[in-house]
Write a protein that binds this ligand. Structure first.
Ligand SMILES: O=P(O)(O)OC[C@H]1O[C@H](OP(=O)(O)OP(=O)(O)O)[C@H](O)[C@@H]1O
Ligand SMILES: O=c1cc[nH]c(=O)[nH]1
Ligand SMILES: [Mg+2]
Length: 209
């Protein structure tokens, strides 16, 4: 079982605090989500394999490390996860993008799936599933179940804010999945929202409320 990685870099803390602010508007919110995703991707790719190749500098020729060419995919959980894709692609432009559409039923808080389109060779790719919020953990657990059913074997989950309940459920359902979060919050409220959280991430990214 892998311990969740709560990333506490000062840049992340600063940006997540601004994200939480009720006075942060849609444009800045979207920019912050993308920047946070990029910083999180930097941390989550620490274990990527490298290989040595010969490179000629203007001074001499020597061996240097480059990525060993592991195939990657990023899969946002719609809608809110879309906000994190650009940040990941800024660092890994060769990653393929899959999409999984889920919304959380407001009464049962259980996920309802409405879309899934993944790269055909998903079973050969290391997958980063992204969604800003891990609340009850239902959406992330269900999304990862669907992605595994289609053949993916190595999966990391990147969220900006996690609740302890979500971490537990995702851990229990998929103990092999490494969880990366920029912040671990206190709890959920009676509507399943993360406290203190940032409200509804999808609505804040797309300006739908
Ligand atoms: O851990 P959970 O309890 O499942 O909650 C987290 C989910 O809720 C939000 O999506 P939402 O249902 O609001 O859909 P949206 O992204 O389309 O707004 C969020 O982006 C996660 O996908
Ligand atoms: O706090 C929460 C919980 C679920 N989904 C969100 O967007 N925010
Ligand atoms: Mg939402």
């Amino acid at each position: 079982m892998k311990e969740p990685m709560i990333l506490n870099h000062p840049l992340l803390q600063h940006k997540v605090s601004h994200l939480r602010d009720v006075n942060t508007g849609t444009k800045e919110f979207k920019e912050l989500v993308s920047e946070i995703a990029m910083l999180m991707c930097y941390e989550a790719t620490r274990d990527l394999p490298t290989q040595e190749v010969e490179i000629t500098t203007p001074i001499t020729t020597d061996k240097f490390k480059v990525l060993a060419g592991r195939k990657l995919a990023v899969v946002p959980i719609l809608r809110a996860g879309l906000g994190m894709v650009d940040g990941v692609l800024a660092l890994i432009p060769a990653a393929k993008v899959g999409h999984i559409g889920l919304y959380r039923d407001p009464a049962s808080l259980e996920p309802v799936e409405y879309y899934c389109k993944l790269p055909a060779d998903i079973s050969e790719r290391e997958v980063m599933v992204v969604d800003p919020m891990l609340a009850t953990g239902g959406s992330a657990s269900d999304a990862i179940t669907q992605i595994k059913k289609r053949g993916a074997k190595t999966i990391k989950f990147l969220c900006i804010i996690a609740a302890p309940e979500g971490i537990k459920r995702l851990h229990d359902t998929h103990p092999d999945v490494e969880i990366y979060a920029a912040a671990l919050d206190k709890c959920l409220n009676e509507h399943g929202y993360i406290v203190p959280g940032l409200g509804d991430a999808g609505d804040r990214i797309f300006g739908t409320k």
